[in-house]
Every structure is written in structure tokens, then in C-alpha cells.
Design a protein around this ligand. Structure first.
Ligand code: GTP
Length: 372
């Protein structure tokens, strides 16, 4: 299944919410008019500026999930010449509503309910209005405008995890318990392996035997060795041993799982700091990436998690999990807008291949239901 259709399918809850919300807004106060008025198409904003796209990234491109998704399918022609020639699809009339203050306010409220947060929702609504205020829009046209503005905010943060020539490249994975760290490490390891990289995983959450077992299962699935230590032992010493093994084996990547007990932030901070200190004895530049894994279903809470983890670790990028089936996907827009941290990939399911590269346009369309 193509990435876009899969994502759209999986993000059903989010898109249906915005979808239906926009329809209600337009219907309420809109007027029916001929579908083929000269208005529609030009209102769709131009593509975002060609600034930092993932494709331009200097890192080697072979890892599938870390590379940009294929170009999305072209939007369906809904009422143009083709529709008239084939004599189907094109509805004869469409409801359009003038974009005014009241409509903007309702759009803003709708965005807030999709977990975009007050500030980002206001920004998206204001950007939608710019140059378009007072003009008439159908639901489909409005969705396209919204998708364009959301994609514009997200474009600069869509960056695959950078790969370096350094061996082993050390990837520290942080995040609260249950956010999807283990699953994401397994999915990433599998993709790196498929791209010909050798990977070692260190089960750094030594406090919970169940967490170590889970990681071992994912390591087996991905065909990647998992280094473990007895329950309760020092995660930093495991990280050191794992670093030594990765070096000795000439591994390309070492992925270190960490504990995520935010209840005792001080302990966690010290633990992460110690892991970093110890691996730096072997490589002063390690960790080369510190990936924060966030659970989309926590909605706005993800924002405070970024704030906390940025204080206790030098977060270099994000992976957002569980975007499938949640109505809170808008939080990713808020994250991009507020922090500007690179978004490397998104989790859209529990299977090993359910980690997708982050494509802003596809994401924005899936979120808004544009082009559906
Ligand atoms: N639907 C869905 N579920 C996911 C996704 N990623 C992870 N999960 C599920 O979320 C749950 C927690 O994932 P883990 O990978 O164990 O999370 P963790 O952060 O390692 O948690 P701890 O081991 O408790 O620290 C599991 O049931 C996963 O199957 C995703 O993208 N979509």
C-alpha cells in the first residue's frame, strides 16, 4: 500500500474530525452555487518554498524509512473539464462560504480540538486568511488551503535521521515509559539492517526485566543482537560494554534504549548523564543522535515531554508514534511550530514495517482529509 493511502487510512480519526468540522463550518452560512465557478483552483496556495527538504540531506540515503516518501498521488479532478467530458463525478453545485472573522474563529477552534494547541491553531488560521480574506471557499478548497499552510509549517522539520561515516554511530533513544521506544528501536534497527547496516542494540532500561525481554523480542525480529545486563545493574556500564562490542565488531550503529521514569526526574537525569559520560570515554562525540520518542495519543502532553527531555538530554530529533487511529495528530504541528526539532519518522502501527518517513505534505493532507 502506498505510504500516502496507508497514512490517510490510519489517520482516519484525525482527518475525519477536521474534515467534518470544516464541512459543518462551510455549510453553516455558506451558499450553494455552481461548482464550476472560476474561483476554486487558484485559491490553493503554491507549494512551500524549496528550502530544506529531506532529499537534500547530506547523509547517505539508503534507509527506506529515513528517506522521503514517494510523491503523493495527484489530487483527483473534482469538477473540471475532465469531469464534464466524462459526464460523471462533478457535482453541479457546491456550497461556498466567505472567509470572514467568524469563519476563521471557528477554524481556529476546530484546530485546537485536533490538539494543535492555541498558538499554532491561531497561526495556521491567520496564515489561511492571508490574501484570502473575504473570498469564498468550498469545504474541499478550504481543506487544500489548510493542508498547504500546515505543510508549510512542517516542511523545515521533516528530516531523516542523519547518518554519519562514524562507526559506531551511537543513537541514544529517550522517552517516557510506554511511548514506544522499544518498538521504534526494533523498527529502526530492521530498516537499517535492510539497508545493509550492522546494528547493535543495548537494553539500557535495566530496571525492568519485562522491558529487556521486549527489546530482545524486537531484536530477534529485526535480526539484530541485543546486549542486556542483569536487572538492576548500572545502565551506564552496559552502555560502555555495548560500545566496546560495537567497536570490536565494526558495527555501523549502536542504539541504546533508556529508562523513561519521569516520576523521578533527578535520577533519570543523572542516569542519562552518566551513560553519556561513559560512552564519551570511547568517543567524545557520542551520542551522535539523541532521539526522543513521543506518543501521539498523549496529545498536548507531548509538548511538555519535549520541554522536560530537552533539559535532561541533548535531544537532536523526534519520532512520533501511534499516529494511527488517534484524533490527536495535530500535536505534531504544534511540536514543529514550537520547537523546530527535526521529525525523523512517524509510527503508524505495531508491526515492524509500521514506521514511515515523515512527509509534511502527505501528513497535512491526511490530517485535514484534503484530496480525499
Ligand atoms: N498503534 C501503535 N502502537 C504502537 C506504536 N508504537 C508502539 N506501539 C505500542 O505501544 C506500546 C508501548 O510500546 P513500547 O515500545 O513497549 O514502549 P516503551 O517506550 O519501550 O515502553 P517501556 O518499555 O515501558 O519503557 C506497545 O503495545 C506497542 O505495540 C505505533 O506506532 N502505533
Amino acid at each position: 500500500m502506498a505510504f500516502f493511502s496507508k497514512l490517510k487510512d490510519r489517520l482516519f480519526k484525525s482527518s475525519s474530525k477536521i474534515d467534518e468540522g470544516l464541512e459543518a463550518i462551510v455549510e453553516d452560512g455558506g451558499t450553494e452555487e455552481a461548482a464550476a465557478t472560476p474561483e476554486p483552483a487558484p485559491d490553493v496556495p503554491p507549494a512551500p518554498p524549496p528550502s530544506p527538504t529531506p532529499a537534500a540531506h547530506p547523509a547517505p540515503p539508503p534507509v527506506e524509512a529515513m528517506t522521503p516518501a514517494p510523491t503523493p498521488a495527484p489530487p483527483r479532478d473534482r469538477g473540471g473539464l475532465l469531469g464534464r467530458l466524462t459526464g460523471r463525478a462533478a457535482p453541479e453545485t457546491v456550497v461556498r462560504r466567505t472567509l470572514d472573522d467568524d469563519m476563521l474563529e471557528r477554524i481556529e477552534e476546530l484546530l485546537i480540538t485536533s490538539d494543535m494547541g492555541v498558538e499554532t491553531a491561531a497561526r495556521v488560521a491567520a496564515n489561511m486568511a492571508e490574501g484570502r480574506f473575504g473570498r469564498k471557499f468550498s469545504t474541499e478548497e478550504l481543506k487544500a488551503v489548510m493542508a498547504g499552510e500546515i505543510a508549510r509549517i512542517m516542511e523545515p522539520v521533516a528530516k531523516p535521521m542523519p547518518l554519519y561515516a562514524k562507526r559506531p554511530q551511537v543513537v541514544l533513544v529517550v522517552g517516557v515509559n510506554g511511548s514506544g521506544k522499544t518498538t521504534t528501536i526494533g523498527k529502526l534497527a530492521s530498516q537499517f539492517r535492510a539497508a545493509g547496516k550492522s546494528v547493535v542494540i543495548a537494553a539500557g532500561d535495566t530496571f525492568r526485566a519485562a522491558a529487556v525481554e521486549q527489546l530482545q523480542i524486537w531484536g530477534d525480529r529485526a535480526g539484530v543482537p541485543v546486549m542486556t545486563a542483569p536487572e538492576g545493574s548500572d545502565p551506564a556500564s552496559l552502555a560502555f560494554d555495548a560500545m566496546a562490542r560495537a567497536e570490536a565488531e565494526g558495527a555501523d550503529l549502536l542504539m541504546i534504549d533508556t529508562a523513561g521514569r519521569l516520576q523521578n526526574r533527578q535520577d533519570l537525569m543523572e542516569e542519562l548523564a552518566k551513560i553519556v559520560r561513559v560512552i564519551r570515554k570511547k568517543d567524545p562525540e557520542a551520542p551522535h543522535n539523541t532521539i526522543l520518542v513521543l506518543d501521539a495519543t498523549t496529545g498536548q502532553n507531548a509538548l511538555s515531554q519535549v520541554e522536560i527531555f530537552r533539559k535532561i538530554a541533548d535531544v537532536t530529533g523526534l519520532v512520533m508514534t501511534k499516529l494511527d487511529g488517534t484524533a490527536k495528530g495535530g500535536v505534531l504541528v504544534a511540536l514543529a511550530d514550537r520547537f523546530g526539532l527535526p521529525i525523523h519518522a512517524i509510527g503508524v502501527g505495531e508491526q515492524i514495517d509500521d514506521l514511515s518517513p515523515f512527509d509534511p505534505e502527505d501528513f497535512a493532507k491526511a490530517l485535514t482529509g484534503a484530496g480525499a
